[in-house]
Design a protein around this ligand. Structure first.
Ligand code: M6R
Length: 588
């Protein structure tokens, strides 16, 4: 997730830009930059890596009369994290920062190139500034308006130009706030604004306009409107958590928006598109091996069901720490996929090296561009989850499963555009449902353990639900195939055995229901999650009716995450930093 800041009408805009970018660090970044109007010139300073690198560079720049500026932290989506690809992007007399993805940038770029305009970066963002300058004929307001009319996709944009003492802004799909204090400020979230501004207008989609030193000129589509100001929160820390109790909670709540980023420009009405892949990459492939650890391994297991059922490609999923010490048969008709949030997991990385050594084609599904895994793999699909702070992975898992779903559609040439969008919708947390889970979590604190059960894709979800619970609540939990309980574990059933049953209406409903009955008959305490009400279990959480199992999957996923979190909170645990665990496991 990129971060944006901007300001005008204050004595030293550079200070706010740098301070503001520091406050946005928590969103993750791989490069950063600022553009400042100083004595009729736009000065642009960019640096790759830590913000300190940018800060050091800025210290060596002489500003004479800095008037206003914009800044950006970048989390690479199109193009490598290099200085050229870092924002602000500049044209001949303007600069732009952008968060989101311009879906039709290729089209715009081709058009402008035909008009003789050169591009220097690999990013989608550069088209904004080039288009603005193409339309500019003395009226920057009109040029900005025309530019917005051409853009498709998601954006939060700030643009400055040498010819006007204004910051132009627009929001569609990505967050942007404009706030007032001594001057006028912009930021992607509250944190940078605290201490500088006291009231903020949270821009809605399709809002745009410009600010000068004193006023905010705001439009919603073509109608001029007044800003609706709200008080800003008082504490920076709570602002970073977006008012949530834990980062994990914030990350659960933002999943639906994050999935929009993951699918943007990829899930199209005409099927799946991956700019980063060429179909020929899959020539000669008749097997897939997926290698990963922990949550990423569970996502891989979901991938196996999808890839075999839809794309008809034999798929094996391997725990990386096992695979690397076996003598696996690695044949050249196998595509080797590694899945990793961090891109630094030692075991996963080693299996990737092993596969490369054996001459296999390799593909990484990863959240961190320029990580060791991304550098090693032949091709990468970035997950676009933004930085994940909670040690217990939630939104990264959601993006991994979504990416595997899109990949299987891509390989099967199957179009599930609507189902994917439906899945994104149901991932939005329903507050009353969350309240219900908070209440019922108190029943599940003192038993002798949990089983999460499900069949088909709901089996890996059961594994992941159990992992979430044990990581943060320290209660023993296991995920099990529902049909396998009778082959042993059912011996544990009594009223102090808790079972979370993932009952899909679309896959093996009757069979899973029978497995639940077997547990109820032995007095286990059962919580069922389903769209079909069943009376026999102790607790029931209802999900929406749908014809697609993956839509059920995403809604159930959120419920299992919330349940784990609420149990852990009741146990008094630090949900974001569970004992004995690290976010990135770079040792064997
Ligand atoms: O960064 P990775 O996805 O490679 O990490 C793999 C596991 O260490 C990770 O998923 C771990 O299981 C999480 N703590 C799960 O919440």
């Amino acid at each position: 997730m990129c971060g944006i800041v901007g300001c005008i009408g204050i004595e030293n805009p550079v200070d706010y830009l740098i301070d503001g970018l520091k406050e946005l660090e928590y969103r993750g970044y791989d490069s950063a930059g600022i553009a400042v109007k100083d004595n009729n010139e736009i000065k642009v300073i960019k640096a790759v890596g830590k913000l300190k690198n940018l800060e050091d560079k800025v210290k060596n720049v002489k500003f004479y009369n800095p008037e206003f500026g914009i800044g950006h932290t970048r989390w690479a989506t199109h193009g490598k994290p290099t200085e050229i690809n870092a924002h602000p992007h500049v044209g001949k007399f303007s600069a732009v920062v952008h968060n989101g993805i311009i879906e039709n940038y290729q089209e715009i770029k081709k058009f402008l190139q035909k008009e003789g305009i050169d591009f220097i970066s690999q990013t989608d963002t550069e088209v904004i500034v080039r288009l603005f300058e193409y339309f500019y004929n003395g009226d920057s307001f009109e040029a900005f308006k025309k530019t917005l009319e051409k853009l498709e996709g998601a954006y939060a944009v700030l643009l400055i130009t040498n010819s006007d003492n204004k910051i132009f802004f627009a929001k569609k799909g990505s967050p942007l706030i404009v706030a007032k204090g001594e001057g006028i400020y912009f930021a992607s979230s509250d944190a940078p604004l605290i201490g500088y501004a006291n009231r903020a207008h949270y821009l809605e989609d399709e809002e745009w306009g410009y600010v000068n030193e004193n006023e905010i000129i705001l439009f919603r589509k073509n109608e001029k409107i007044s800003p609706y100001f709200k008080e800003l929160p008082a504490s920076k820390e709570s602002a970073k958590k977006g008012g949530f109790r834990f980062y994990m909670e914030k990350e659960i709540y933002e999943q639906s928006d994050i999935l929009k980023e993951t699918t943007l420009g990829r899930n199209t009405p005409n099927g799946i598109k991956f700019d980063e892949l060429d179909r020929s990459f899959f020539d000669g492939i008749s097997n897939i091996i997926i290698s990963a650890c922990g949550t990423s391994y569970h996502a891989g297991l979901v991938g196996k069901y999808l890839l075999e059922r839809d794309a008809k490609i034999r798929t094996n999923v391997e725990v990386a720490s096992e695979l690397r010490y076996r003598a696996p048969l690695l044949t050249k008709d196998t595509l080797f996929i590694v899945i990793s949030q961090s891109g630094e997991t030692a075991d996963t990385l080693e299996t990737l090296k092993m596969a490369k050594k054996a001459g296999l084609k390799t593909l990484a599904l990863c959240n961190v561009d320029n990580s060791s895994i991304v550098r090693e793999a032949d091709k990468t699909i970035l997950l676009r989850a933004g930085i994940e702070k909670g040690v217990a992975s939630t939104k990264a898992f959601a993006t991994q499963v979504m990416t595997l779903w899109m990949l299987s559609n891509y390989l099967a040439q199957k179009n599930e555009y609507d189902a994917i969008n439906e899945a994104i919708e149901v991932t939005k947390v329903d507050i009353s449902l969350h309240e219900k889970i908070k209440r019922l979590s108190k029943r599940y604190l003192h038993g002798h353990g949990f089983f999460y059960i499900g069949r088909d894709i709901f089996f890996p979800l059961a594994l992941e639900g159990a992992l979430k619970l044990k990581e943060i609540s320290y209660i023993h939990a296991e995920g099990y195939p529902a049909g396998e309980m009778k082959h042993g574990p059912i011996a544990l059933a009594d009223e102090d055995l808790y079972v979370v049953a993932l009952l899909s209406k679309n896959i093996l409903y009757e069979k899973t229901k029978s497995n639940i009955e077997e547990l109820v008959a032995r007095d286990a305490t059962v919580l069922t999650i389903s769209s079909e009400y069943i009376e026999m279990t102790d607790d029931f959480v209802k999900i929406n009716k749908t014809n697609h199992p993956m839509v059920e999957f995403f809604e159930m996923m959120v419920i299992t995450q919330l349940l784990a979190m609420e149990v852990a909170i009741r146990m008094g645990n630090d949900v974001d930093m569970p004992r004995n665990l690290a976010k990135s496991v770079t040792v064997e």
